[in-house]
Design a protein around this ligand. Structure first.
Ligand SMILES: [Fe+2]
Length: 286
């Protein structure tokens, strides 16, 4: 009699547990696939850079990265990001690579959608590993420059403001390209503060020792794309994105910001790691 009662109790507990697990798993799956990948968040951060000129205190840089554009799925998200950029009016917009997932035929549509974004000191883009795997450099350059933006792949460019120069360079993808820091830094003049667009974050640990580097902007990791809520732990990790997965880092007198980016790879899922537009205000400590 008592063993029969135990069996009935066990069945009830098992059934309740199964309902409990389903009650969490189903809404989480709906959230991760249907809601969070479309929820654009804006991260506003002030970074105080030791070598940043006093005259440029308050310079605002926007960063969009890892768009991994999927036509028919990401159009509304891209449109929201463009609208936010127009509202925020940053001084400079940076695009730190991974425009495609695989198919380079999505590039013209993506850059038609992005064409409207602008900033007083321009829009500057650099490549990511997916771009270098699936697109040719000439194709990327054509689309990016066709939208009126600057494309930097192992190259530097300068912004002149209030009697100061800012040196901005873009390194080729570490994983999939031919990164050449010497070439990327060669047109910098002594004393010019440096913002480097480097798709993969991990080289920061070495780059900041070998090159003048005030701020490195990276993406690549998607912040983990799916994280354990409240812990910042992400089970998925990627080559060249294991040391710095998300956020702001400082080594010696150089700083790194790694954005969660906008898009996704693999299944279109995000969990506790929403798409991000970063607006960074650069402060001088001089
Ligand atoms: Fe990516």
């Amino acid at each position: 009699m008592s063993s029969q009662r135990n069996t009935i109790n066990l069945k009830r507990i098992t059934r309740r547990s199964a309902f409990g697990i389903l009650g969490i798993a189903v809404p989480s799956a709906i959230w991760a696939t249907g809601i969070e990948p479309n929820l654009l968040s804006i991260t506003r951060k002030e970074l105080t850079l030791p070598h940043w000129p006093q005259a440029l205190d308050g310079f605002r840089v926007a960063q969009l990265t890892d768009l991994h554009f999927r036509p028919g799925y990401d159009d509304a998200l891209i449109a929201k990001a463009c609208k936010k950029l127009a509202d925020e009016k940053p001084d400079l917009i940076t695009l730190t690579g991974d425009f495609v997932i695989r198919d380079p035929s999505s590039l013209p549509e993506l850059f038609r959608a992005l064409k409207g974004i602008s900033a007083q000191h321009g829009v500057i883009a650099s490549p990511g590993n997916h771009d270098r795997w699936h697109c040719s450099t000439s194709q990327l350059r054509k689309e990016i420059e066709g939208a009126g933006f600057t494309y930097l792949q192992n190259q530097g460019s300068k912004i002149h403001i209030k009697g100061e120069n800012i040196f901005i360079n873009g390194l080729d993808s570490i994983w999939a390209g031919r990164p050449d820091p010497r070439k990327a830094w060669q047109s910098r003049l002594k004393g010019e503060p440096v913002i480097a667009l480097v798709h993969e974050p991990d080289p920061f640990a070495e780059l900041h020792l070998s090159q003048p580097l005030d701020l490195q902007l990276s993406g690549h990791t998607h912040g983990g794309q799916c994280r354990v809520p409240f812990t910042h732990y992400s089970p998925a990790q990627v080559n060249f994105g294991r040391k710095f997965i998300y956020g702001h880092f400082e080594m010696n007198r150089s700083q790194l910001f790694v954005s969660r980016g906008l898009g996704t790879v693999g299944p279109r899922v995000r969990f506790a790691c929403s798409p991000e537009l970063a607006i960074l205000t650069l402060r001088s400590s001089r």
